[in-house]
Design a binder for this molecule. Sequence first.
Ligand SMILES: Nc1ncnc2c1ncn2[C@@H]1O[C@H](COP(=O)(O)OP(=O)(O)OP(=O)(O)O)[C@@H](O)[C@H]1O
Length: 248
Amino acid sequence: MLEIKDLTVEVGGRRVLNNVNLSVLPGSTSVLFGPNGSGKSTLLSTIMGLGNYKVVKGQILFNDVDITHMPINERARLGIGLMSQRPPNLSGVNLYDIIKVSSRGKVDPKNLASKLNMENFLSRDVNVGFSGGEIKRSELLQLAAQDPCLFMLDEPESGVDLESIERVGTMVHDLISGGRCAGKREESGKSALVITHTGQILDYIEADRGYVLCDGTITCTGNPRELLKDIRTKGYEECIKCRLIEMN
Ligand SMILES: Nc1ncnc2c1ncn2[C@@H]1O[C@H](COP(=O)(O)OP(=O)(O)OP(=O)(O)O)[C@@H](O)[C@H]1O
């Protein structure tokens, strides 16, 4: 479904990603780990096509289509969706309307919002004055309304309180595992690329492959739960060793 080949990206004139190779197969979930500032959000933003991210080398393929330089709206139309870590405030656009528009009128905003206890936020402008956890839930509602084929989730559990985490995790699980993708890949299930520091979201989703990004480079791949265990017990250093072992 998604294939990243030798991707090198600059942000603000600084090289942030170096020769990144990564793939997410149809119907599967990949997890991205890595220390603060290693380039995880940059990778997701570049795949989505957000501004300021300059691809200086490499390719992004989505269902065999080269989307490397495609505008963001076309990527969304192809079925790519992002739950961003720091989305903008949308003054003048309320949550009800954005859910209606994102779902092309197919979703009842009240019904959807009730799943994350967000009914009282529907009349408010998107993200304006929302707390960190409220922004996460609002972003997830918008993504659920869009219902993409590839769900990119940037730390979906961070800042979410312990009671809401159950709701968020359940919704993420249902979104990824439910239904089929529209379009020419109808036979394929939905896929996800998820960033997590704590791994809490792994209690709710089945993850197939994990990647560790250190200083803009993929240093390790493997079973996500085992990678998380190694990171917890030995730190990210171990991942760099892992790459050296693979290279020798
Ligand atoms: N517009 C920008 N101008 C300059 N540097 C930037 C810009 N955007 C991102 N960076 C830098 O790129 C690096 C990677 O940032 P990114 O947000 O991708 O990291 P991350 O791995 O997602 O970190 P975290 O785990 O803290 O969320 C950071 O050092 C950041 O300061």
